[in-house]
Design a protein around this ligand. Structure first.
Ligand SMILES: [Ca+2]
Ligand SMILES: [Ca+2]
Length: 103
């Protein structure tokens, strides 16, 4: 089990479901610890605080996160994708947001 305190070299800012990732830029995932899609290659790092948990996934294994999902302790969530624009710029784009069911 990996906690946020056990991620050497990974200094990701802490986000909640209402954070705006504008200007964040590429997020390096040098040491993925989980295999989210089950292809046998580690691709995902989970970080978090008492208030929110972030799941960063590097789907194409280039060492940089392509997706981020954040769920805060109140059940609100948002999902982001890292886009490479034709003009060479990059941006995080929110693809989903909402509230998890349950309590
Ligand atoms: Ca994988
Ligand atoms: Ca990637």
């Amino acid at each position: 089990m990996v906690t946020s305190g056990d991620l050497p070299g990974l200094e990701l800012p802490s986000f909640d479901a209402h954070s705006d990732l504008d200007g964040l830029g590429a997020v390096e995932l040098p040491h993925p610890t989980q295999d989210l899609d089950g292809d046998g290659l580690l691709d995902t790092v989970t970080t978090g605080t008492d208030h929110a948990m972030q799941v960063w996934t590097d789907l194409d294994h280039d060492g940089f996160a392509d997706h981020m999902t954040v769920v805060d302790s109140g059940g609100d969530y948002s999902a982001w994708e890292f886009h490479h624009n034709p003009d060479g710029t990059t941006a995080w784009v929110r693809t989903d947001e909402g509230h998890l069911g349950g309590k």
